[in-house]
Design a protein around this ligand. Structure first.
Ligand code: HEC
Length: 193
């Protein structure tokens, strides 16, 4: 009889221990399931009361870096830099355009100066042998050739190349000519017909 009672007592005791252990585990753990809905609601409202919204407000004013004024200043600086860059680019483009136009005018002027008049003047020394219009005489006809051909032949005479049988007569005439002289003479004489 006593043995049976003991058994029952042990069974009851162990059941009680197990039950309370489960209860403790349920309450002490992070698991919220153990809490009743009422408890959770109460806790949440308590948290809400304990943490009022304006707690973070002073934090923002205590950090000076991203203040709206400095942000606006940075934006203004950036815009100013952009405008400066644009102005510099435009100025550079205008300068380039003006330089191009000046170069074009210079070229035109130098062409006007170096063409016909000086070519005509220089050809005067050739007229005796090649004709007033380059039609030929003692020397071959020149006005039926291209300016480039005439220049190329003059360069060869100047370089001392043996050309035709009368190279000895022509070579000294080419010796004193610069390439520019040859070009202006050639342009002049090949334009005559
Ligand atoms: C004294 C006469 C004489 C004078 C001045 C003279 N030449 Fe000639 N020229 C010749 C003769 C001759 C030849 C052909 C030479 C040869 O046989 O290679 C010739 C050849 C040339 C040729 C090559 C023509 C060809 O189709 O083969 C050219 C170009 C030329 N002369 C240009 C000139 C020019 C430019 C001048 C003036 C700066 C000039 N000559 C002055 C006599 C002359």
């Amino acid at each position: 009889m006593t043995k049976r009672f003991n058994l029952n007592a042990t069974a009851i005791f162990s059941t009680a221990v197990l039950g309370s252990a489960l209860l403790i585990a349920g309450c002490s753990g992070d698991n919220d399931e153990a809490k009743t809905a009422q408890e959770s609601a109460a806790e949440q409202s308590a948290m809400a009361v304990k943490q009022p919204a304006p707690v973070e407000a002073p934090k923002a004013t205590m950090q000076p870096e991203p203040s709206p004024a400095s942000k606006a200043m940075a934006e203004v600086k950036e815009t100013a830099a952009d405008v400066k860059e644009e102005v510099q680019e435009t100025a550079a483009a205008v300068k380039e355009e003006v330089q191009e136009q000046v170069a074009a005018v210079k070229e035109e002027v130098s062409e006007m100066v170096s063409s016909s008049p000086s070519g005509e003047k220089a050809y005067a020394t050739c007229v005796g042998c090649h004709g007033a219009n380059g039609e030929g005489g003692v020397g071959p006809r020149l006005n039926n050739q291209s300016a480039a051909e005439v220049v190329a032949k003059l360069e060869k005479y100047k370089a001392g190349e043996q050309m035709g049988p009368m190279t000895g007569m022509m070579a000294p005439m080419a010796a004193g000519l610069s390439t520019d002289d040859m070009k202006s003479i050639a342009e002049y004489v090949t334009a005559l017909k």
